[in-house]
Write a protein that binds this ligand. Structure first.
Ligand code: URA
Length: 220
């Protein structure tokens, strides 16, 4: 098809776009990867202090992938990496409240009777924080394993939350981000998301209001 209409839409994943017969460079295809982030890696693509980054762990994939949100340096677990900036923006937008599930090992013994207090929420220095779910998993020596779900991605939120309840975190792992779970992926390893998982992520943000909808495919 030849067009002079600037409003014509093209899908860079499907269409070949040519100018007077010469194909334009192809837009990079979209990649979606689940990384089981280990502790000791910063969630950036490069670090001025030379520390290991999550990008180091997915470099062999050969595409420039960016983390969807952040995990602290010492936190492990589910980290999505992608070059799909529009989807990243939506997944992180507070409007969608994508659930992030964490397993926190916390100092001391948390008794079932304390759970109502854990579920009620606390006020942190940047405002109230209330998990959408809290479960006691099991005691682990002098610590307790607690599973908490938050629907926002505030800085150090889980650590600050547990600290405020008098049980500082001794180790933290994110086991799910929206519909994506760690499964049996070993720590430090990555794998492409399945088409079903990508679809589930898109479905999680499908009710996008127009101001958040991905921009229309680029006009020619
Ligand atoms: N909460 C934290 O305290 N740290 C993280 O990395 C993520 C959530």
């Amino acid at each position: 098809m030849v067009t002079r209409d600037l409003a014509t839409l093209a899908d860079p994943d499907v269409d070949i776009v040519a100018l007077r017969g010469t194909p334009l460079p192809h837009a990079e295809s979209k990649r979606y990867v689940l990384l089981h982030k280990p502790s000791g890696y910063v969630t950036t693509v490069s670090d001025p202090r030379g520390r290991p980054t999550v990008a180091d762990l997915v470099r062999k994939i050969g595409a420039r992938l960016y983390p969807v949100g952040r995990l602290d340096w010492d936190v492990e677990g589910v980290l999505l990496m992608t070059n799909d900036g529009d989807l990243t923006h939506q997944l992180l937008h507070p409007r969608y409240g994508l659930p992030r599930v964490y397993e926190a090992e916390v100092r001391g013994s948390v008794k079932p009777g304390e759970l109502p207090r854990w579920r009620r929420g606390v006020t942190l220095e940047d405002g109230p924080a209330t998990p959408s779910a809290v479960e006691l998993v099991r005691p682990v020596g002098a610590t307790t394993l607690v599973r908490l779900t938050f629907t926002e991605g505030r800085k150090h939120e889980v650590k600050r939350y547990c600290e405020a309840l008098g049980h500082p975190v001794t180790s933290l792992r994110r086991v799910a981000f929206g519909p994506i779970t760690l499964g049996t992926l070993p720590v430090g390893k990555s794998r492409p998301l399945t088409p079903h998982e990508v679809h589930a992520l898109r479905a999680a943000v499908a009710s996008a209001p127009s101001s958040l909808a991905p921009p229309a495919r680029f006009p020619l």
